[in-house]
Design a protein around this ligand. Sequence first.
Ligand code: PEP
Length: 254
Amino acid sequence: MGRRTAWVGTSWKMNKGPAEAVAAARALAELSIPPHVQPFVVPPFTSLKDVCSILRDKNILVGAQNMHWENAGAWTGEVSPPMVKECGAALVELGHSERRTYFGETDQTVNLKVLAALKYGLKPLICIGDTQEEYAFNVTNEVLARQVKIALHGVKAHEFENILLAYEPVWAIGEKGRPAEADFVQNCHEQVRQTLIELAGEETAERIPVLYGGSVNLENAPHYAALPDVDGVFVGRAAWPVAGFKAIIESIAT
Ligand code: PEP
């Protein structure tokens, strides 16, 4: 898949019980996906296997919202990489700001999970982002470089092509979030690309998709997706209804 494939994904977060998730997946299975667009959905664990089965032969990838780094053991409440894989998932979201803020996720645990995902053939979708405070102190670029370098520590040269990144400013996420300015986003993505070049070399770095997320909606999605260093969008609220997801996919394809 070339760099200019536009990725459009949504995490349902803690929404949609099993019945609602199955209904949504069936509706997603009916969508016709435009060329050069790669959609993905990230349902809760309770419907991961069902959503994977429904979308198995469709061009919509399915991911888990988190996972542990160990393959088994006494880790009450956790889900392992082989469990995620056995459900049929292709990718796993790691390091979302809600996991970092409320559940103690750190750059180091994200790194352990990235390495485990790659070992089990899952694509890690690594979320990075600056807090409001870091943004106000103008250290966004330093924060993003640190998060990327730690998350990817120990990744082997041939594994970089399986990585996906999403820049999601913490201050842009959710109902109280404010969407980032396009120039700012392009600048941050350029800096992330520079860090990837340092780690993986220019040719490989150019092929790693870097998505933007944070209050993306139907109106702003095509503008973000058109930025030179933005390879698609990662959407929350606006894509939870299948109609919203479909409209965003179409807005980017045109
Ligand atoms: C997110 O939490 O990853 C996200 C992008 O949410 P929202 O679009 O609702 O701001």
